[in-house]
Design a protein around this ligand. Structure first.
Ligand SMILES: Nc1ncnc2c1ncn2[C@@H]1O[C@H](COP(=O)(O)OP(=O)(O)O)[C@@H](O)[C@H]1O
Ligand SMILES: [Mg+2]
Length: 407
């Protein structure tokens, strides 16, 4: 467990349970194969897309972005690792002094949440079958030994990990995914965000222990298995929750930057949608962002033109790409040229005028003309249309693939 980590090593740690029906390739390949399956095109436009841009800092796949991270043995990381706070049990006595101790204890508790766990990971968790993978890591099902709680364990290779952020209110610098996920996991946690329960620092990898909202499927997986786009009513139900998640993240001062179907978990019993994967997230700020992190085909045109973008406006662009993806099972743009040029969006027949208008509004090339989250929510398509209340299981009764996601 503490040894060298490569893919084989990670696989060996799994318990050899049910194989995943779908093993997702890296972000970019995933998008290209996704489109290829829909358009019958080869991955050629990956070259079109990345040929010129690949060497440009910023416009990279999640995988490429990861691979240019600095060594995790940096001073920053060592500093973050050093600080481990042991928190005593809560006070039981009630005197003025106890109040002081109360306050002190609360502060310590908050601090403790920032730091990776002490103790051996293997003595605390049992690793199960693979749940999924992406550009950043591999996610396994796990069981917390002390109480049998089922969790999701994300293994992130340290090799090439580069981005660190100072956690607000402290002098601690943490790996950015940990910092951002911790920030949104502080109570009151959004019902549309998967909680980070704790994290471990191992010689070659980070392990993030997350809530596993089973039974669930990620939305791209759902569409791939259904082999068709979502109905507008289903898409509406998902989009409302995604927008709510974005509002909640905004409250926490976080910008996700990689909102897409595979980063949305859909609970098959409650139909709740939860956002995962804070690998590209950053603090939300008003100043323009000068780095791009996320999935290239979700990248807004202003980044390609100006190498900078307004975080909120870029977020709306990616939401437009997501909505198009949900109702068509395609991506609106296949290449950088299509993102920047006057490429006209085409829609399959049967999509309502309101839905098309909303997508086109989000995908305005002039960022200033895009709606805000609130304007989207108040618009006709989201505020007036029906939502799909049928369970995912009802929609595809007896689908075997759902067995890949047992509770
Ligand atoms: N908390 C979770 N519960 C269940 N499945 C998860 C969870 N987190 C991730 N997954 C699955 O693993 C896949 C990859 O996880 P993700 O965090 O997006 O990794 P990456 O950063 O590599 O894209 C997701 O698309 C999803 O299918
Ligand atoms: Mg992901």
């Amino acid at each position: 467990m503490e040894g060298k980590v490569n893919k084989r090593h990670l696989d060996e740690e799994a318990d050899g349970g049910l194989p995943l029906k779908r093993s997702r390739p890296e972000t970019v390949d995933n998008l290209s194969s996704h489109n290829a399956s829909n358009h019958g095109t080869e991955t050629k436009h990956d070259q079109d897309l990345y040929g010129d841009q690949a060497d440009t800092p910023g416009l990279m796949s999640s995988r490429k972005r990861k691979s240019c991270f600095i060594d995790l043995d940096s001073e920053d990381f060592r500093a973050a690792k050093k600080i481990c706070v042991k928190v005593p049990n809560g006070p039981t006595w009630r005197t003025p002094l106890a109040k002081l101790r109360d306050i002190f204890w609360k502060i310590l508790t908050q601090f403790k949440e920032l730091f990776h766990c002490e103790g051996s990971f293997t003595s605390l968790y049992q690793v199960g079958r693979k749940l999924g993978d992406g550009g950043f890591g591999v996610v396994y099902k796990g069981t917390r030994k002390k109480d049998g709680r089922i969790v999701a364990l994300k293994y992130i290779r340290k090799e090439g990990y580069q981005k660190f952020l100072k956690f607000p209110g402290t002098s601690v610098t943490l790996p950015s995914e940990v910092a951002m996920h911790l920030l949104v996991s502080r109570p009151p946690i959004s019902e549309h965000v998967v909680e980070l329960l704790e994290w471990f620092d191992q010689p070659d990898k980070l392990i993030l222990v997350m809530d596993y909202p089973a039974p669930c499927v990620d939305v791209l997986g759902y569409m791939e298995n259904a082999r068709r786009p979502l109905t507008e009513n289903m898409a509406r139900s998902i989009m409302k929750q995604v927008l709510q998640a974005c509002q909640d993240l905004r409250e926490c001062g976080v910008l996700h930057r990689d909102i897409k179907a595979e980063n949305l978990l859909w609970q098959t019993d409650t139909r709740k949608v939860k956002l995962i994967d804070f690998g590209c997230a950053d603090f939300l700020h008003d100043e323009p962002y000068t780095d791009f992190a996320g999935t290239p085909l979700f990248c807004p045109p202003e980044w390609i033109y100006d190498r900078k973008y307004d975080g909120r406006k870029a977020n709306i662009w990616s939401i437009g790409v997501l909505l198009y993806n949900l109702v068509t099972f395609l991506l609106p743009f296949q290449t950088v040229d299509e993102i920047t040029n006057k490429h006209t969006l085409s829609f399959r027949s049967g999509i309502s005028k309101e839905c098309k208008e909303l997508i086109c509004w989000c995908l305005r090339r002039n960022a200033e003309e895009r709606p805000t989250l609130e304007e989207m929510l108040q618009g006709d398509w989201l505020s007036k249309g029906k939502q799909e209340y049928q369970s995912v299981l009802d929609v595809f009764p007896g689908e075997k693939w759902l067995l890949c996601y047992p509770s």
